[in-house]
Design a protein around this ligand. Structure first.
Ligand SMILES: NC(=O)c1ccc[n+]([C@@H]2O[C@H](COP(=O)([O-])OP(=O)(O)OC[C@H]3O[C@@H](n4cnc5c(N)ncnc54)[C@H](OP(=O)(O)O)[C@@H]3O)[C@@H](O)[C@H]2O)c1
Length: 262
């Protein structure tokens, strides 16, 4: 049961048009929470907005790229007149993979700007208002990739590790102010972005989660931060944690290579 008195009357979903973001939108609308949905592609954004409006809530859409320098200002302007009780920062799948020293530094920067810079800016803005109000929620969507370094996506893994550790500190800072903080850690999840990327969901032994299920888990665990590992992936996260980093890396790297057919 989502508590609209704590997390309403408005929620902002950065990355609220597809997959897990759209699932959050549906579930929050069911709880009567009005929505500001942000994404780049107009089609899925309008489709999700129409679907949740049909549930009776008010919806604003912002078609923008969170990497644009003016994005945060535009989001503030579009929300200054309403009370935002929940920020969901969902956008953040890896947009660029390459061995680091051979790669394009600007494109790596894009991964950091989305997962770290934009996330910090929105958390700072909305979190500050929630603290003053003495209530609210901040849900940051993370990844199992943030538990261990990965070859070819080293920057993405590091950005997701940042998100989790950041959420832990923020949880400590805000808990006595009535603001709930949760890092929702996802494993492989059947989203349109991953389908477009050609991920093979049929690999034997692979745990594949559905967007509706992980969104429901995230909202249920929001009052009980700082971290929730969704989709039954606790054991995978445990396998990626511990002091013997080289041994952990060798094992996970071999598994990852098999997964991507190398
Ligand atoms: N799917 C998985 O297997 C998986 C696994 C682990 C963690 N995660 C995490 O789960 C979250 C969601 O991932 P996803 O697979 O759904 O892909 P995603 O590419 O992060 O897309 C999610 C939403 O964010 C929007 N978005 C993406 N980049 C944006 C940008 N620069 N500016 C504005 N909006 C943007 C997308 O719409 P537009 O493309 O139209 O902008 C979509 O609505 C991410 O944080 C990801 O790291 C996913």
């Amino acid at each position: 049961m989502i508590d609209a008195a704590t997390y309403g009357p408005w929620a902002v979903i950065a990355g609220g048009s597809e997959g897990v973001g759209a699932a959050f939108a549906q579930q929050l609308a069911d709880a009567g929470i009005n929505l500001v949905l942000i994404a780049r592609k107009p089609g899925p954004l309008a489709e999700t907005a129409d679907a949740v409006r049909a549930k009776g809530v008010t919806v604003r859409t912002l078609e923008l790229d969170l990497l644009d320098p003016g994005a945060v200002k535009a989001i503030r302007e579009a929300t200054d007149d309403v009370e935002v009780g929940l920020l969901v920062f969902n956008a953040g799948a890896n947009s660029y993979g390459s061995d680091f020293v051979d790669g394009d530094l600007e494109r790596f920067q894009g991964v950091i700007d989305l997962n770290i810079t934009a996330q910090l800016a929105l958390t700072h803005h909305f979190g500050g208002r929630m603290k003053l109000r003495g209530r609210g929620g901040i849900l940051l969507v993370g990844s199992l990739a943030g538990y261990l370094g990965t070859a070819h996506t080293a920057v993405y893994s590091a950005a997701k590790a940042f998100g989790r550790v950041f959420a832990e500190g923020l949880w400590l800072e805000l808990r006595e102010h009535g603001v709930h903080v949760l890092e929702l850690v996802l494993g492989v999840t059947r989203t349109p972005a991953m389908e477009r990327a050609g991920l093979d969901f049929s690999v034997p032994g692979l745990i594949v989660a559905e967007p509706d299920d992980v969104a429901r888990e995230g909202l249920a665990h929001l009052p009980h931060g700082p971290v929730w590992i969704a989709g039954g992936n606790d054991a995978v996260a445990a396998k990626r944690s511990g002091p013997e980093r080289a041994a952990l890396l060798e094992k996970a790297h071999a598994g990852h290579q098999r997964l991507i057919g190398r």
